[in-house]
Design a protein around this ligand. Structure first.
Ligand code: HEC
Ligand code: HEC
Length: 297
């Protein structure tokens, strides 16, 4: 086996012991267990929607509230403030939705994510944290729960999502590009936080904190797993838009080509793409701070 860690995937099952959710949201299908197992082993679900988003009518809002109550409350809290009953066990804190600050966006630093960004995050999960992928929920359920998540922050009512940054076509990932990336790594001072070789041990690393004051350390790139996924375009977006709420800045002012080179360098540290079949190291347990119980109860 065994999965050395344990995140309780069966949150819903635990909850449904005392309440009766509608059948559409009860239990976790065996197929879902496969996808969570795969994610634990390093895979990232595709996560793109295949059908149009349903109309935002009353039924849609009720569904969103219900899915949230069943699946998200234990970590993100009834009021969306990140203080669910499991909050104290999580080493990476669950997002406080009342702040309206999101790390994984296609939009510029400081702006709100698009609904598509949120759909992707919810579907793909966040590697190295207790935020498992929810790609096994129906697309309607995912769109609906996102609407509920947005309702916790007035920002979404007051301002729209940012204008998505267009990701240019990716260049070929050659050793020349990686070499350019190595130079850009030094030039842009990435090592200050990430360390010379990207192991997360730069001189500033011990002092880094999220906006909420909790300490955060960059994951070692050699582990081969990335919060939002390690495909080159994922890394490009992380660099172009930053991870808001964390010390990882946006490098929007750096030319697009240089961002590709940096992405290629980061991937080379992770042994990608020359060894794509290489299994990433398992998520460090202390980083998850949570038990993954795939079989559920
Ligand atoms: C087992 C705990 C847990 C559960 C259950 C959970 N989350 Fe999360 N979630 C987290 C953690 C931890 C993070 C923070 C990840 C990070 O900081 O990198 C997070 C982050 C997020 C984010 C923020 C991503 C960003 O761009 O900043 C969204 C959106 C989100 N979760 C949605 C949901 C939804 C919707 C559900 C229910 C379907 C859910 N989560 C259930 C733990 C959980
Ligand atoms: C001020 C400190 C700081 C600097 C400078 C910095 N980073 Fe980061 N970076 C972070 C932190 C902290 C994280 C992890 C955030 C988290 O875990 O929520 C991170 C995460 C990342 C990730 C992982 C994204 C993912 O999806 O897992 C990549 C790639 C990355 N940084 C690349 C770079 C590059 C390239 C540079 C220089 C151009 C750079 N960083 C400069 C602090 C920094």
């Amino acid at each position: 086996m065994p999965i050395p860690l344990a995140i309780l995937v069966a949150l819903a099952a635990a909850l449904s012991a005392c309440e009766r959710p509608p059948p559409a949201t009860r239990g976790i299908p065996p197929a879902a267990r496969e996808s969570v197992r795969g994610w634990l082993a390093g895979a990232t679900p595709g996560g793109l929607p295949t059908a149009a988003r349903p109309a935002r009518d009353r039924g849609f809002r009720a569904l969103g509230a219900e899915v949230y109550r069943l699946r998200c409350v234990p970590c993100h809290g009834v009021n969306g403030n990140g203080k669910g009953i499991h909050a104290s066990r999580l080493s990476v804190p669950a997002r406080d939705f009342t702040k309206g600050v999101y790390a994984f966006r296609s939009t510029p630093s400081g702006t709100l994510p698009t609904d598509g960004d949120l759909f992707l995050t919810v579907s793909r999960g966040v590697h190295g944290t207790a935020m498992i992928p929810w790609s096994w929920l129906g697309e309607n359920e995912r769109w609906a729960v996102i609407e509920h998540v947005k309702s916790f922050s007035p920002r979404f009512r007051e301002e729209g999502a940012g204008e998505p940054v267009a990701v240019p076509p990716a260049p070929a990932e050659t050793s020349g590009l990686v070499a350019l990336g190595a130079a850009a790594w030094t030039r842009n001072g990435c090592a200050k936080c990430h360390g010379e070789t990207g192991e997360g041990d730069g001189p500033s690393a011990p002092t880094l904190r999220r906006d909420d004051g909790t300490p955060v350390r960059p994951l070692p790139f050699s582990a081969g797993r990335f919060l939002r996924g390690g495909a080159l375009p994922d890394l490009w977006l992380t660099l172009a838009t930053g991870l808001d709420g964390t010390p990882m800045p946006s490098y929007a002012a750096v030319p697009a080509d240089e961002l590709w080179a940096l992405g290629a360098w980061v991937r080379a540290r992770a042994g990608l793409p020359s060894a794509p079949g290489r299994a990433p190291a398992p998520d460090p347990e202390e980083r998850l701070g949570w038990q993954i119980d795939i079989e559920g109860r």
